[in-house]
Design a protein around this ligand. Structure first.
Ligand code: PEP
Length: 255
């Protein structure tokens, strides 16, 4: 199983800034064998960066897509339009769910559209602070996986990556807290248990990432939690030194 280090740039950087930053990363980053580095720039920068990126070093991801392939959907981008540009697409990020009101149903369509178009969806799941307080974490995670993967066939489930991101641990959320390795381990156990119950033993081949205020100091502890196959990184992926340091930590953990 590969180790994935995914940087989500969110709505940051102009096209020019994105290009300069990518240039810096390409010069600096030397991923280890068995590691897949992925960056998710703003949608407007994807096409120009696709001409600049060295795919042997890192791959591109979209941050979102439409669940329909083509048609009268003003303002949307079909994942079919991103074929040849990206290899991955983040789907159901908590900012899409809670800031833009995406429903599980929409997320299900997006995951299926990615799989149909040979682009790997990175399905984000995670409980809010109040769901955690009310002891609903396990139910929320199961529901989000069940609905998110509902239109993915039994042959295709291995084409999906899951990212566990407790919403209360995301750095941009007001009052965000660091998730403890014990908290994460319990949720990963729930996720892995549910995947195995649904898809059988082969479910162990589904990569599960962790995301939530990851930085070079905590990356090692998060990467050594059993069942975690990589990291989804927001804030720290915007700073070349930090992103590179996290990659170095991952290399040490993998060696
Ligand atoms: C995210 O938004 O996916 C994320 C993990 O952000 P941060 O690393 O800044 O918490």
């Amino acid at each position: 199983m590969k180790t994935y280090i995914v940087g989500n740039w969110k709505m940051n950087f102009t096209i020019g800034e994105s290009s300069i930053y990518l240039h810096k990363l390409l010069k600096r980053i030397k991923p280890a064998k068995g590691m897949q580095v992925v960056i998710a720039p703003s949608p407007i920068a994807l096409q120009p960066l696709s001409l600049q990126i060295d795919r042997k070093k890192m791959k591109l991801s979209a941050q979102n897509c439409c669940g329909k392939d083509f048609g009268a959907y003003t303002g949307e981008t079909a994942i079919a339009q991103l074929r040849g540009i990206v290899d991955y697409c983040i789907v159901g990020h908590s900012e899409r769910r809670y800031v833009f009101g995406e429903t599980d149903n929409m997320i299900k369509e997006k995951v299926a559209a990615c799989v149909r178009n040979n682009i790997t969806p990175i399905l984000c799941i995670g409980e809010t602070e109040s769901e955690k307080t009310f002891g609903e974490t396990a139910d929320v995670l199961k529901d989000q996986i069940e609905t998110g993967l509902a239109d993915v066939s039994a042959e295709d489930f291995k084409k999906v990556i899951i990212a566990y991101e407790p919403v209360w641990a995301i750095s941009s959320v007001k009052g965000a807290k660091l998730a403890s390795p014990d908290d994460i381990a319990a949720s990963i156990k729930t996720i892995r248990g549910f995947l195995e119950k649904t898809y059988g033993k082969d479910a162990k081949d589904i990569p599960v990432l962790f995301g939530g205020s990851v930085n070079p100091d905590n990356a090692g502890a998060y990467l050594t939690i059993p069942g975690v196959n990589g990291l989804l990184i927001g804030g720290a992926s915007l700073i070349a030194d930090q992103f590179n340091d996290i990659i170095d930590v991952a290399k040490r953990v993998m060696s």
